[in-house]
Design a protein around this ligand. Structure first.
Ligand SMILES: [Zn+2]
Length: 701
């Protein structure tokens, strides 16, 4: 079959090729205009100098069942030029390999023997009645490749978009993608033949040497515009940036250090990328392009006739990245606390903190290098942009999830004998409980619980899950009541600071602060003086970030950036110029497709079917309805919700409680409107299976 684009683009068809063209046309199974074929072939093939003389023969050709090289030769190879010379000249004057105008087509139609456009059903090769109203295809390409009346440009563009999604999702090699694109292009000319064109790949990535590695700067304005992040409805751009190291390989010292940006809470985009065997050697040099452009934009800039202003609001990173950006001592130094001047002490090969009310640091003094005696090791380039104490949030993902929560579990699992260590049987109970919850947590959770034995491989989301949801139930009865209550202080405080209800969070913020203070204080007695390292001490200050920003810690966490970095790493195929590989993939508009949908799932299961309502009642989805905005539920009054714990506070203050299994059988089914639902609940059965613990979902990714 002749489906090769190169053939279609050639100026002439040989007599051997024409039967194949015909068969290809048949395979398309489309109604086509007879005249347009003749018209195109005459413009494509100089031997059809006088189509009038050959029209009958051509018609016979298309109507015949037997198509062979010899029959075509009879028609085309030796055209008779003994007809009307004027007509011949007319035809010769037709532009070769170009569109025939509709005027010419009309002229041809009117001068044909029967005066009609004859339409052929090429699916069976038999001529059918003509449709005079059907617009004739102008060129062979239009007829054969679909720009005529086969597929509209909208249909082709829709296909193009779907193919782009496919290429982004499955990431075929360039040869594989181009192979399928060449085939598609023969029928859908608006689908390009090169995958780089399809995905809008930036083919010119400039990589330079900087800070001891490779570096590429993509530009704030360019990246924001390319990602549709400049919304005329919101011309004030509140910017968060994230700078963090990302090890590329396990064995080889090769790190990415991207500068990521989020605007007004958007998904992160990448502004610059460094690749080297270690972190960038110089923060001033590393940030210079960003800071220069930020300065030029922060006073206001015009884009598509709209005036925008930009304000850097937060710089997010883990403790080592913050120390690098702020040019302060490392997080395991004596004066590492970023918020107070408290000094750590050296205890069992680590710096621990034993002070709880040291004087706080200030942005002003930091900008004047007022802590250069112990805390600052250089002047950060950020002092010219932002308050370096208050505007570098103590990211809870690293500090609490990967920091304090992991530290607690390590102490519980510690091999050396200590008061806080769990016995092997207690650890087994805990693991069994966690394993039983696997698959039971709402589908919005990226990961399901797994055994405590695997805690060395838990990800940040799993530590968060343990801290906020599962730990509250599975630890009960396994830890001593003192240690359990101590854990609850941390869990409850973080639940308050992560609550997106501004009024609730503000009301309970002083309580959360006190809980954290007592958690830190008591941890010395419960876990020993070595427990209070930088991360644990910083809990004393983390509530301040909610006050500074007026938002929950969700809005200033590293979780969205961490997700982005995970995807970034997967874009690298080999060690050959990783920056260019990543930059090209990110320039492809579809590359971020595939991020998990945040749409709430409603199903008739305990996993995705338990919700708290705006008035505090609990509902369990119990039936199906065809009304999309309504749900059939068993509604249980909030007054029937029992406490899961009462110390240090009644769990119901936080919306956490327990419900007897049998209660569900007692209440009738009712219809409720989805708009009355407040939050999804994590529903966890107890060991006996006669009660459910209910914890509202707080986190956002
Ligand atoms: Zn401090």
């Amino acid at each position: 079959m002749v489906t090769n684009i190169d053939l279609f683009n050639s100026r002439y068809f040989t007599s051997d090729e024409l039967p194949e063209l015909w068969n290809s046309a048949v395979s398309l199974n489309r109604m086509v205009s007879y005249n347009s074929i003749i018209q195109t072939m005459s413009s494509k093939n100089q031997f059809l100098k006088n189509w009038r003389q050959q029209k009958t023969a051509v018609k016979r050709f298309f109507e015949s069942d037997e198509i062979s090289s010899s029959s075509i030769s009879k028609i085309f190879d030796e055209p008779k030029i003994d007809g009307d010379q004027r007509n011949a000249n007319e035809s010769t004057n037709l532009p070769l390999d170009s569109d025939c105008s509709s005027e010419e087509a009309t002229h041809w139609d009117s001068s044909s023997d029967d005066g009609d456009i004859l339409e052929l059903d090429i699916s069976n090769g038999v001529s059918s009645a003509a449709d005079k109203n059907a617009p004739p295809c102008k060129t062979f390409e239009e007829f054969f490749m679909g720009t005529g009346d086969l597929f509209s440009s909208e249909q082709q563009l829709a296909l193009r978009s779907k193919v782009a999604d496919w290429a982004s999702k499955f990431r075929p090699t360039r040869d594989q993608a181009n192979g399928i694109l060449h085939i598609l292009n023969t029928v859908f000319p608006l689908v390009p033949r090169d995958v780089r064109t399809l995905l809008g790949t930036d083919k010119s990535v400039i990589v330079s040497k900087k800070c001891g590695g490779d570096y590429s700067y993509f530009g704030i304005l360019k990246v924001l515009a390319a990602n549709d992040l400049l919304d005329p409805q919101h011309p004030v751009l509140n910017v968060h940036i994230n700078v963090d190291g990302l090890p590329l390989y396990h064995s080889k010292g090769a790190d990415f250090w991207p500068i990521l940006m989020s605007v007004n809470g958007s998904a992160p985009v990448m502004i610059a990328l460094y690749y080297g065997s270690s972190k960038p050697s110089n923060i001033d040099e590393f940030m210079s392009d960003f800071i220069q452009e930020y300065h030029s934009l922060s006073d206001g800039f015009d884009h598509l006739h709209v005036r925008y202003t930009m304000q850097l609001d937060a710089v997010i990173g883990d403790a080592p990245a913050r120390a690098f950006m702020k040019q302060t001592v490392s997080h395991n130094a004596y004066h590492s606390c970023e918020r107070c001047i408290g000094k750590g002490t050296y205890c069992e090969r680590r710096v621990c903190f034993d002070e709880f009310s040291s004087a706080l640091r200030s942005d002003e003094k930091f900008a004047e290098a007022g802590y250069d005696d112990t805390h600052q090791i250089g002047l950060s380039p950020f002092v010219a942009l932002i308050g370096c104490i208050t505007r570098f949030p103590l990211d809870y993902m690293h500090l609490v999830c990967l920091g304090v929560m992991r530290r607690l579990v390590r102490f519980w699992k510690a091999e050396k004998t200590s008061r806080c260590r769990m016995s092997p049987s207690e650890q087994r109970v805990l693991s069994d409980r966690l394993t039983r919850l696997h698959g039971k947590l709402p589908s919005e959770f990226a990961r399901q619980p797994r055994s405590l034995m695997e805690s060395d491989r838990w990800k940040a989301t799993e530590w968060r899950q343990f801290l906020l949801y599962t730990g509250v139930t599975v630890l009960h009865g396994v830890l001593s009541s003192t240690h359990y209550c101590h854990f609850l202080c941390l869990s409850i405080a973080m639940s308050i600071l992560l609550n997106d209800d501004d009024a609730f969070r503000s009301t309970h913020l002083p309580y959360a602060r006190n809980l954290l203070k007592s958690f830190v204080r008591e941890s010395k007695d419960l876990y020993g003086p070595t427990f209070i390292t930088y991360n644990v001490h910083s809990l004393l200050h983390i509530a301040d970030d909610c006050v500074t920003y007026g938002v929950s810690l969700n809005k200033i966490s590293a979780f969205p950036y961490e997700n982005f970095l995970g995807r970034l790493k997967r874009l690298v195929r080999n060690a050959n110029n990783p920056i260019a590989q990543v930059a090209k993939r990110l320039s492809e508009c579809h590359v971020l497709v595939g991020t998990k949908s945040l749409k709430t799932r409603y199903t008739m299961t305990l996993r995705d079917g338990v919700f708290t309502m705006k008035n505090g009642d609990i509902c369990f989805i119990s039936g199906e309805t065809h009304v999309s905005d309504e749900l059939v539920v068993k509604r249980i009054s909030k007054t029937r919700l029992g406490s899961l714990f009462t110390i240090p506070c009644d769990s119901r203050v936080l919306g956490i409680g327990r419900i007897r299994n049998s209660l569900l059988a007692e209440v009738p089914q009712v219809m409720i409107h989805k708009g009355d639902i407040f939050k999804k609940m994590v529903c966890m059965a107890n060991d006996e299976g006669n009660e459910f613990a209910l914890v509202p979902v707080l986190h956002q990714d």
